[in-house]
Design a protein around this ligand. Structure first.
Ligand code: AMP
Ligand code: ZN
Length: 489
């Protein structure tokens, strides 16, 4: 049975889904005003590994991820992201596009990177902008239940009315005005916006006045033109897609609410964003929102926090541009337990890349002679997964099996199973090997010659051989350090 750390109870617990037939799981997705960083992808890889583990344990999982494409404010998520400039509009201005174009552009880029990392697709990438009516219905329900109040710049959640507020937070992180100027009219600094008005003035305690004018993204609502607060989208969309029937016929049906099994995100979301999601959902339904809260630790880069100003917020393009297999990043992240902070360096990525290539070569050399794997290793692998996703241990077991005296066929069968969870495309070089076997000897010889020339830096000579190969009817492609010949039709 899977055991996983639950941030709500602050313990490792046995996993018992609400329904044995279908696990429901939601992950907080990207805010699409820029490329997702390799830091963000550590969290999505965690989500993917958990999803694959549940499926490996023969559970049906309905998985949803949101795309935050409404422009939230630059404040940050401390005390609330309700002040500052709109992130999407700021990015639009910088790139000479409008906010909608920016959102679409970075959503597409995100999905491309998502595929490069072989992350399993959710049932839906739920966009905030496509679920505005549900967010409004949820806010209306909260209003009816007496959880809201109105001030000059919007409708706010009154956290005092929700006595459990703070159960998920590490409380000292919810300090008054820790990093954001507090809106003077808020009853408590922990209160957060549910709906912000497009045309309003906001005054902070220091007397600073911010004017919110017409925005590129705004919607009509019972409270006037405006846009949703950041937190409401996740409560609304997770309930909509995972607690079916709750928004039927444009009304809120608390009686249809079902506890969601898993909600996941990076550790920075725990104290505010996720706490606020609980307040919104449980305020409206009166029932437990989520059973298991799973949070992944951050990556640092060269020992420092990732940030634009340090120029170290690397993206997937940096990984591929430097010649690394995207899956080497997956391999690297699997080597550290998800609740442990880890430090990214290009050297560590290179080591992971080499280890992955080595692993694939080992697997390419296994001759197939059996169609069932080794039960002892398979049990040890499952035990590692089920022990709060001990992926470093799971990877070590793969290597132990490779080095063991088990037969090639057993090794291969087990490793193919393991890769359903690891997602490292471990058998890739077997296919490449098959391609090599299928080309004539003279072609293979030319390829070897060209590889040696390239290693010696004789690129012009190497290009001549490429041309020769083309005349022989083969084009060649250099991918992740391997040359792959393809026959021209
Ligand atoms: P954002 O696009 O900032 O809302 O972040 C998307 C997801 O990535 C959230 O779950 C964050 O907690 C997570 N995240 C952001 N930065 C990092 C990082 N440096 N390491 C790991 N996860 C991160
Ligand atoms: Zn969220």
């Amino acid at each position: 049975m899977l055991r996983i750390y639950n941030s709500l109870t602050k313990k490792i617990e046995s996993f018992h889904p609400s329904s044995p037939l279908r696990v429901t799981m939601y992950a907080c997705g990207p805010t699409v005003y820029d490329y997702a960083t390799i830091g963000n992808f550590r969290t999505y890889i965690l989500s993917d590994v958990l999803l694959r583990t549940l499926r490996f344990c023969k559970l049906q999982v309905t998985y949803v991820m949101n795309i935050t494409d409404v422009g939230h404010l630059t404040g940050d998520n401390f005390g609330d992201a309700d002040s500052g400039e709109d992130k999407m509009e700021k990015s639009a201005k910088r790139l000479g596009k409008n906010a909608w174009e920016i959102a679409q552009f970075y959503t597409d880029a995100f999905i491309k990177d998502y595929e490069l990392l072989r992350l399993e697709k959710p049932l839906i990438f739920a966009k905030a902008t496509e679920n505005i009516p549900e967010q409004i219905v949820l806010i209306k329900k909260l209003e009816e239940e007496g959880f809201t109040y109105q001030i000059t710049d919007g409708i706010y959640f009154d956290t005092i009315k929700f006595p459990e507020y703070g159960e998920l937070s590490t409380l000292d992180e919810v300090r008054d005005g820790a990093r954001v100027e507090i809106n003077k009219e808020k009853r408590s600094s922990r209160d957060f916006a549910l709906w912000k008005f497009s045309n309003s003035k906001e005054k902070s305690l220091s007397g600073h006045e911010a004017v919110h004018k017409k925005r590129q993204m705004e919607w009509d609502s019972p409270w006037g033109k405006g846009f949703p607060g950041w937190h409401i989208e996740c409560s609304a969309m997770s309930l909509k897609y995972l607690s079916l029937g709750i928004f039927d016929e444009g009304k809120f049906h608390a009686e249809n609410s079902q506890t969601i099994d898993i909600h996941l995100g990076g550790i920075d979301l725990q104290s505010i964003h996720h706490q606020n999601e609980i307040a919104q959902a449980e305020g409206a339904t009166g029932k437990k929102f989520v059973k298991y809260w799973v949070h992944g630790a951050f990556i640092l880069v060269d020992g420092k926090k990732m940030s634009k100003s340090l120029g170290n917020n690397y993206i997937m393009e940096d990984v591929t541009k430097n010649g690394f297999d995207p899956l080497a990043l997956r391999y690297l992240y699997l080597q550290t337990h998800y609740r442990q902070e880890m430090n990214f360096t290009w050297g560590s990525l290179e080591a992971s890349h080499n280890a992955l290539v080595h692993l694939r070569d080992e697997v390419a050399n296994l001759s197939e002679d059996k169609n069932h794997g080794d039960k002892v290793y398979e049990q040890r692998f499952i035990d590692a997964l089920q022990n709060d996703l001990d992926m470093p241990r799971a990877l070590a077991i793969v290597w132990e099996l490779i080095k063991s005296r088990r037969s090639d066929g057993e090794k291969l069968a087990s490793i193919m199973k393991f890769d359903e969870v690891l997602g490292l495309d471990i058998t890739r070089n077997r296919h490449i090997k098959e391609i090599y076997i299928s080309v004539p000897d003279n072609i293979n010889e030319l390829i070897v010659k060209r590889t040696i020339l390239r290693k010696e830096g004789k690129y012009q000579d190497a290009d001549k051989i490429r041309e020769e190969l083309r005349k022989e009817g083969y084009i060649i492609e250099d991918k992740n350090g391997v040359t792959i010949p393809r026959k021209l039709k």
